[in-house]
Design a protein around this ligand. Structure first.
Ligand SMILES: Cc1cc2nc3c(=O)[nH]c(=O)nc-3n(C[C@H](O)[C@H](O)[C@H](O)COP(=O)(O)OP(=O)(O)OC[C@H]3O[C@@H](n4cnc5c(N)ncnc54)[C@H](O)[C@@H]3O)c2cc1C
Ligand code: FES
Length: 418
């Protein structure tokens, strides 16, 4: 940027100097027109410089609104969904177009939060279908299991401090969790808590495209206070004959009425699915807390649902922790030697650690991280030697010769450049 502005400033100063010269010197008309021509040439050069700068910026965001790296977005509107969750509408700060996405995908955000020593990177799923000129996300304040501990930093900031007009840095939509639009099989969406966001994007897409595909959403919330998108989902399920919504409350409040606010008390179970569905010839989409994801995944496999028809999204490290790794040969893992280039000695892989990132942190090595779920790429680190393995079924968008340390475990001896 500095490089492109310097010649521009040079031309601007040169043009100003010529104009001053003209005003001070009382020249003849011929001299004046000669100087004027020079001034115009300089002005033309200045205009070209300005255009060149504009072209540079246009290239960074192509004609379809695609971009690389982070782009500045402005908070356009904020809507409170529940006590703990808020929806944020975002418009590009440069007012150019935005790129489309597939229903269910997410975006990576960088938030500058007062009091934090560095920007915090987090992923949020898009909570509307594609087709608008702005993006929509919905963020729930993350409360930790220990009630004494402070709630999540970014989710609290978004819910309590973010204002219309604020600016955030955002990467383009991405991710492997999205509605398979090539299929006509009924889509069974199994959502727990804030895991509803990608499902709402899928449902919104079905509504907007007037698709006749059957969609069955089974949505587990604690109770009506925690029931995000309650009115929207009620409305679409009443209006659109191929969309069915079954609300399951684990802790209904005294005022929550079965048959009105919710359909089933308790938890989402495979028995419930077997009651609701005529057979298992469906596609299953899972997003929610880790125990729910783990239980549903196991039950669906036991119900003979092929792996190829189960799609899931982990929202955080805990969800990843419980899934199997790609290698069944876990017995070999504890003996693996891990060499970090900043350490003189190699370390024996500690199977109490869930990932190479955790092992690095346990040994005082700092690797930048964001989502800690294999989605944002912040923890990508060069793998100088050896192989790593990832949780099964996870597609990892890592550059060649690198690894996502937040979800990688060593598959034999490894060396990492950190
Ligand atoms: C692909 C993807 C999509 C997501 N979409 C949404 C969404 O639509 N809406 C939404 O509200 N959130 C979503 N999340 C979760 C979100 O990115 C953050 O993890 C969440 O908001 C908590 O961040 P925080 O800064 O508030 O908490 P932090 O301050 O980071 O919380 C601190 C502690 O909680 C742990 N932690 C962080 N996140 C989780 C988690 N999800 N589960 C268990 N432990 C965790 C951390 O390891 C840390 O120990 C998504 C995550 C991913 C990876
Ligand atoms: S921290 Fe996001 S991919 Fe590892």
């Amino acid at each position: 940027m500095t490089e492109s502005i310097l010649p521009l400033l040079g031309v601007a100063l040169c043009a100003t100097a010529l104009l001053q010269l003209l005003l001070w010197s009382g020249q003849s008309f011929t001299q004046w027109s000669h100087t004027k021509k020079q001034f115009e040439i300089s002005r033309e050069a200045l205009r070209k410089q300005i255009e060149a700068v504009t072209v540079d910026r246009t290239e960074a965001i192509d004609e379809f609104g695609k971009w690389n790296g982070y782009r500045e977005f402005v908070v356009d509107e904020l809507v409170r969904e529940t006590k703990l969750s808020a929806t944020v509408y975002l418009k590009p700060g440069d007012r150019k177009s935005i790129v489309s996405f597939r229903p269910g995908q997410h975006m990576t955000f960088k938030f500058d939060i007062p009091g934090q020593s560095k920007p915090l990177v987090r992923c949020y799923s898009l909570s509307a279908g594609p087709g608008d000129d702005r993006y929509r996300i919905t963020v729930k304040t993350m409360r930790k299991s220990n009630p004494e501990a402070a709630p999540g930093r970014v989710s609290t900031f978004v819910n309590q401090s973010l204002m219309v007009g604020d600016r955030v840095q955002v990467k383009a939509p991405t991710g492997h969790f999205f509605l398979d639009e090539g299929s006509t099989a009924p889509a069974v969406l199994l959502a727990g808590g804030i895991g509803i966001t990608p499902m709402v994007s899928m449902i919104d897409h079905i509504v907007r495209t007037k698709s006749e595909r059957k969609v069955i959403l089974v949505y587990g919330s604690r109770n009506s206070e925690d029931h995000t998108f309650k009115n929207y989902l009620k409305d679409v399920s009443e209006r659109i004959p191929n969309i069915f919504v079954i609300n399951v409350y684990s802790e209904p409040l005294a005022q929550d009425q079965e048959g009105v606010d919710f359909h089933v008390p308790g938890l989402i179970t495979i028995e419930l699915l077997k009651q609701l569905l005529p057979n298992n010839h469906c596609q299953f989409y899972l997003c929610g807390p880790s125990p729910f994801m783990e239980a549903m995944n196991t039950s669906l496999i036991e119900w003979q649902v092929p792996d190829s028809r189960i799609f899931s999204e982990a929202f955080g490290p805990a969800s990843v922790k419980r899934t199997k790794t790609t290698s069944d040969d876990d017995a070999a893992t504890p003996s693996a030697q891990v060499q970090f280039t900043s350490m003189q000695e190699s370390i024996c892989w500690d199977h109490q650690c869930e990932s190479l990132l955790e092992l690095a942190e346990a040994n005082g090595i700092v690797i930048d991280s964001g989502c800690r779920a294999g989605s944002c790429g912040t923890c990508q680190t060069p793998l100088l030697r050896g192989q790593v393995k990832y949780p099964s079924g996870m597609q990892v968008d890592c550059d060649p010769g690198q690894c996502f340390t937040c979800i990688a475990q060593p598959d034999g001896d490894v060396e990492l450049d950190v």
